[in-house]
Ligand binder design. Structure first.
Ligand SMILES: [Mn+2]
Length: 346
């Protein structure tokens, strides 16, 4: 199976508690005009990289779909975003950059002879205390991609572009997203590894989406309800009401989503699938950090766009000094705990 091959041929990078890594994916950089999806969060993203991750000694992992090569030539993108590439260069020159390709920036799909600015990886494999964290873009999980892998270059250059077929390979379709997540879940579970992808633009932490996490929190509150004093119950009722409201608002925006964990009881979902989300989020940039034996899903946002985080969760949110930009930790956990759960639940 393709995924087994991917896992075997990947070079191994041992990590310990002293290393710091940050993973971002799906920038889809274009030519810096109003139709460039990267533009709205570009300043936020670039500042977070330069003023936070670079200074703090993080290794940067760009997990695919960095350049939007389906729509633009590479030299156009590079010229348009030279300032961002200079930040990538700084990571690279310090030996702290891994660039992985996705379906939108694979050199095979566009121009095989392109001069690469950085080495390009299909995946990287981190080992932490002999456990594996496999990082790859995720398009390899789509049936369409596997079946037509060899043809894709041709389709792209000679069919899709002239006919202006849009997003034929972007996993925005709910069903496709679900198939990808589901396949990855089975694969990671079977092999007892943590898998970290991008591609679907949907952040996942421990195999759970945002809605899964909210549902899980409701469950927890419900279980508490009968154990606490009567006087404490109204507070729990309010909390449940609030969580339900948040799920409803989320589903109004995005529609109902299929999810890995719904098929199981939430308590036994194996925490083996992670997704860094996207740099292009309407509410900011999401990414995954690995540091000091912990893994975290974080979000960077501009206070003029995402004020609610500051209000709700002050202790997990920090301001980047001298800017309107904030970083908030949405979820975090110990790697030891995650791998123990994976081992005991599979
Ligand atoms: Mn992709």
């Amino acid at each position: 199976m393709l995924l087994d091959q991917l896992c075997k041929k990947t070079s191994e990078i041992p990590i310990d508690d002293s290393q710091k890594l940050v993973i971002f994916s799906d920038l889809h950089m274009g030519k810096r005009n109003s139709s460039d999806d990267f533009l709205p969060n570009a300043q936020l993203f670039m500042t977070a990289l330069r003023e936070y991750y670079l200074k703090k000694g993080y290794t940067l992992v760009l997990n695919g779909d960095v350049e939007e090569l389906h729509k633009h030539a590479l030299h156009t993108i590079r010229e348009s975003w030279e300032d961002v590439y200079r930040v990538f260069d700084e990571f690279y020159e310090d030996g702290r950059l891994y660039k992985i390709y996705g379906n939108h920036d694979s050199k095979l799909f566009s121009f095989p002879d392109l001069p690469m600015r950085y080495p390009l990886y299909e995946s990287i494999r981190l080992t932490y205390k002999e456990k594996t964290l496999l990082i790859f873009h995720g398009h390899q999980l789509s049936f369409y991609y596997q079946k037509f892998n060899d043809l894709m270059g041709l389709i792209l250059r000679y069919v899709a572009k002239p006919l202006r077929i849009k997003n034929y390979s972007v996993a925005h379709d709910k069903r496709k997203k679900y198939v990808i997540e589901r396949r990855l879940y089975e694969f990671a579970k079977e092999n007892g590894i943590v898998a970290i992808i991008g591609h679907t633009h949907r952040p996942l932490f421990e195999s759970m989406s945002k809605v899964d996490t909210l549902n899980y929190e409701i469950e927890t509150q419900l279980r508490r309800y009968h154990k606490v004093k009567k006087s404490e119950r109204p507070e729990i009722e309010d909390k449940i009401h609030e969580l339900k409201g948040e799920i409803e608002r989320h589903e109004q925006r995005r529609g109902k989503e299929l999810s890995i964990s719904r098929l199981y009881s939430n308590a036994t979902v194996v925490p083996c699938v992670f997704n860094s989300g996207t740099v292009l989020g309407k509410r900011g940039v999401t990414g995954i950090e690995i540091r000091g034996g912990r893994i975290a899903l974080v979000q960077w946002f501009d206070k003029n766009v995402g004020k609610k985080y500051i209000r709700e969760d002050r202790k997990n949110t920090i301001n980047l000094e001298g800017t309107d930009f904030y970083r908030t930790t949405l979820k975090s956990d110990d790697l030891d705990y995650i791998f123990t759960r994976i081992r005991l639940l599979t």
